[in-house]
Design a protein around this ligand. Structure first.
Ligand SMILES: *[C@@H]1O[C@H](CO)[C@@H](O)[C@H](O)[C@H]1NC(C)=O
Ligand SMILES: *[C@@H]1O[C@H](CO)[C@@H](O)[C@H](O)[C@H]1NC(C)=O
Ligand SMILES: *[C@@H]1O[C@H](CO)[C@@H](O)[C@H](O)[C@H]1NC(C)=O
Ligand SMILES: *[C@@H]1O[C@H](CO)[C@@H](O)[C@H](O)[C@H]1NC(C)=O
Ligand SMILES: *[C@@H]1O[C@H](CO)[C@@H](O)[C@H](O)[C@H]1NC(C)=O
Ligand SMILES: *[C@@H]1O[C@H](CO)[C@@H](O)[C@H](O)[C@H]1NC(C)=O
Ligand SMILES: *[C@@H]1O[C@H](CO)[C@@H](O)[C@H](O)[C@H]1NC(C)=O
Ligand SMILES: *[C@@H]1O[C@H](CO)[C@@H](O)[C@H](O)[C@H]1NC(C)=O
Length: 575
């Protein structure tokens, strides 16, 4: 039995089933024209939503106001094209005494916890790399006194938790501070003893919050009171062990960023993000009343809409629109403010969860979506929001350099699940069609015949893309002749994009081991040689990679030639 080998699998003739992480095709550029597969599937989604929202429908979605839209780096107008948006205004908003009467791409929604993503973005743009490793006790010395003799199971070790641990929900810090959430039974239960809980002594040092969110939110969210309510709470986990969602973490981050930059949160957002990106209707401060007619205010609930507690801004305070949020998503994908390297490092998981399909970043909620027909895994870097009457999603799909937003508001108790279903509907509509569209564009741009122009040298390459939806993804080598010899045994038959170089108008591909789509689970140690990521660049000729194909592109993005470094050859496209 062959125990250790990193030879290319085509030489071993064993089946290979996995791909490398990343796109299967170069990025699709047509998302919103009438000939785009994505627009077609968006129309199907629109029809499904229309039916669910028809006046005779009994769906409770009829009580949820929402705006949905897709955006793409390679079809920048899509973000502002109503053909790839959907807006629905529920009666409670249409007939509301306050706020907008009919939502559109400029309607202002509360983003709730999407704010945490914006806070992190602002932090990445403003902090030095060393700041992320500083312990919390640098910023909150009063918390150092709390780390006492109680033992690490009951007492948070604030000096062991760094700024980055907080950002990744890996600090193990309490989810909320005492008095700051209505989830404390002592605050909401009329008679806790009826629930089997003992009466709390007025002298109980743990439960002696000066004030609480139900009676005096302004008081509880005053920084000293907030920290006092936080200090005695036990940790959820030890730092860097298990993720635990924490609003408190992002409240503390806001305070830390303000202390490092010397700017109020709104000023920090404006200087680092909203201003540079032209997000002119985005703010973390409740706008003046004259602006309310642009805002989504369900159920005439002006009090909760207009509540503005500065300490909460970094965790859930931002208000924005579909259009503004799309600008931010495109800027993240385009490395407009943050460099390519910093962005790619940010858009990585920091930890798994207990599920294969969900990982956590800072504070990305990463969903590993599997396309039903092909088995292809498409990573979605998302952040959700859910608070008060708001339910929201923003997601980036780096494999296509596209993203989508779902902004919702409703007084319905089922708001969260209903908005989640709308977001799932978007995913189910766009992922298959993005794969299909990308295959079609790859065929037009790259498939065909490439030949040597060297007199008397019989070298050629023929490439095809099977655009049938569900076919193995990528481009396949139909024939590959080098100096009159077929060399298909030296390379693997499928090409996937590796590096795009817009400055030199080049697109590199790697031929990868996989001959099939990722149709089965791999996870046994003995599957190592079937995993795609272990073999790029493994076989070389005279020090240059045999599996590297670098295409030269014309200004329209169409391949004109291919360089084969390992073969010391360059072939020109002839058909
Ligand atoms: C796109 O299709 C829609 C609906 O079929 C039609 O109204 C519109 O004129 C078309 N636009 C173009 C540019 O062909
Ligand atoms: C609602 O009415 C439309 C026609 O207006 C009809 O096609 C549809 O079947 C009806 N749906 C329900 C649930 O009755
Ligand atoms: C919408 O909300 C109203 C008021 O709360 C309620 O009476 C109605 O049943 C809800 N409609 C649906 C379709 O759930
Ligand atoms: C992305 O950045 C490039 C290079 O800076 C720029 O030319 C392009 O317009 C940007 N695209 C979008 C959608 O912002
Ligand atoms: C809506 O919420 C109620 C409880 O608030 C629940 O009984 C009902 O099943 C939910 N409906 C849907 C469609 O989720
Ligand atoms: C393309 O893929 C489909 C689906 O896997 C398959 O049935 C068909 O034979 C393939 N076509 C070619 C030319 O390989
Ligand atoms: C082509 O092959 C012949 C031998 O068949 C060899 O002499 C020649 O150097 C080769 N040329 C190239 C460019 O590979
Ligand atoms: C090039 O080489 C291939 C493979 O040996 C052969 O089938 C083909 O006829 C050759 N073409 C020419 C023009 O010599």
């Amino acid at each position: 039995m062959r125990l250790v080998t990193l030879l290319p699998l085509s030489l071993l003739c064993s089946p290979a089933l996995a791909d490398v992480l990343g796109p299967r095709y170069p990025y699709p550029t047509d998302i919103s024209s009438n000939s785009s597969r994505v627009l077609h599937s968006w129309r199907d989604l629109t029809a499904a939503l229309d039916a669910q929202l028809a006046p005779n429908s009994t769906s409770e979605l009829r009580n949820v106001t929402f705006s949905v839209g897709i955006f793409s780096l390679h079809d920048p107008n899509a973000a502002f094209n109503p053909a790839v948006q959907y807006h629905y205004t529920a009666p409670e908003v249409a007939n509301s005494q306050y706020g907008i009467r009919r939502v559109n791409g400029d309607a202002v929604y509360r983003l709730a916890s999407i704010t945490k993503l914006i806070t992190m973005y602002a932090g990445l743009l403003s902090l030095d790399s060393a700041d992320w490793e500083r312990p919390l006790t640098d910023f909150f010395p009063q918390l150092a006194e709390g780390s006492t003799s109680a033992g690490i199971a009951q007492s948070v070790q604030w000096d062991k938790i760094t700024v980055m641990t907080l950002a990744s929900h890996l600090g193990g810090v309490p989810r909320d501070a005492f008095g700051a959430s209505e989830n404390d039974i002592a605050l909401v239960a009329k008679d806790p003893t009826a629930l089997g809980l003992p009466p709390l002594s007025p002298d109980d040092p743990q439960a002696r919050a000066v004030c609480n969110v139900l009676e005096d939110a302004a008081c509880v969210f005053e920084l000293d009171n907030y920290i006092a309510g936080l200090a005695p709470r036990p940790p959820t986990f030890l730092p860097w062990t298990s993720p635990g969602y924490s609003n408190n973490a992002y409240i503390l981050l806001g305070q830390i960023f303000q202390s490092i930059t010397g700017k109020e949160m709104e000023e920090l957002y404006r200087d680092s993000i909203f201003g540079p990106l032209g997000m002119s209707t985005t703010t973390s401060v409740v706008p003046p009343e004259s602006f309310f007619p642009h805002c989504v205010i369900p159920g005439d609930d002006l009090v909760s809409f207009a509540s503005d507690l500065p300490i909460l801004r970094s965790s859930g305070g931002v208000l924005s629109t579909l259009h503004d949020l799309s600008k931010m998503g495109m800027a993240i994908l385009n490395n407009t403010l943050l460099s390519r390297e910093e962005t790619s490092r940010w858009m990585k998981p920091h930890t798994h969860t207990d599920r294969f399909q969900v990982s956590i970043g800072a504070p990305w909620e990463i969903f590993r979506h599997q396309d039903a027909a092909t088995g292809i895994v498409v990573d979605m870097y998302c952040k959700s929001g859910d608070s008060g009457v708001a339910s929201t999603w923003t997601c980036l799909l780096p494999d296509f350099e596209v993203g989508f937003n779902v902004l919702g508001a409703s007084t319905s108790a089922n708001r969260t699940a209903l908005i989640g279903e709308v977001a799932d509907g978007v995913v189910d509509a766009i992922v298959p069609s993005l794969l299909h569209q990308a295959a079609l564009e790859t065929q037009a741009r790259f498939a065909g015949v490439y030949e040597s122009t060297v007199e008397g040298l019989n070298s050629s390459l023929t490439l095809a893309v099977n655009t049938t939806y569900g076919a193995p993804p990528g481009m396949t080598i139909v024939s590959f002749i080098s100096n009159s010899t077929s060399v298909t045994e030296l390379v693997s038959p499928r090409l996937v994009p590796s590096i795009a170089s817009p400055r030199t108008n080049q697109q590199a591909f790697r031929s990868i081991n996989a001959v099939d789509i990722p149709s089965r689970q791999l996870g046994r140690l003995s599957d190592l040689s079937l995993l795609g990521w272990v073999s790029p660049g493994v076989v070389t000729y005279g020090n240059l990679d045999i599996d590297l194909f670098v295409f030269e592109l014309d200004p329209a993005g169409r391949a004109t030639a291919v360089n084969l470094p390992g073969f010391r050859a360059s072939l020109v496209r002839v058909g």
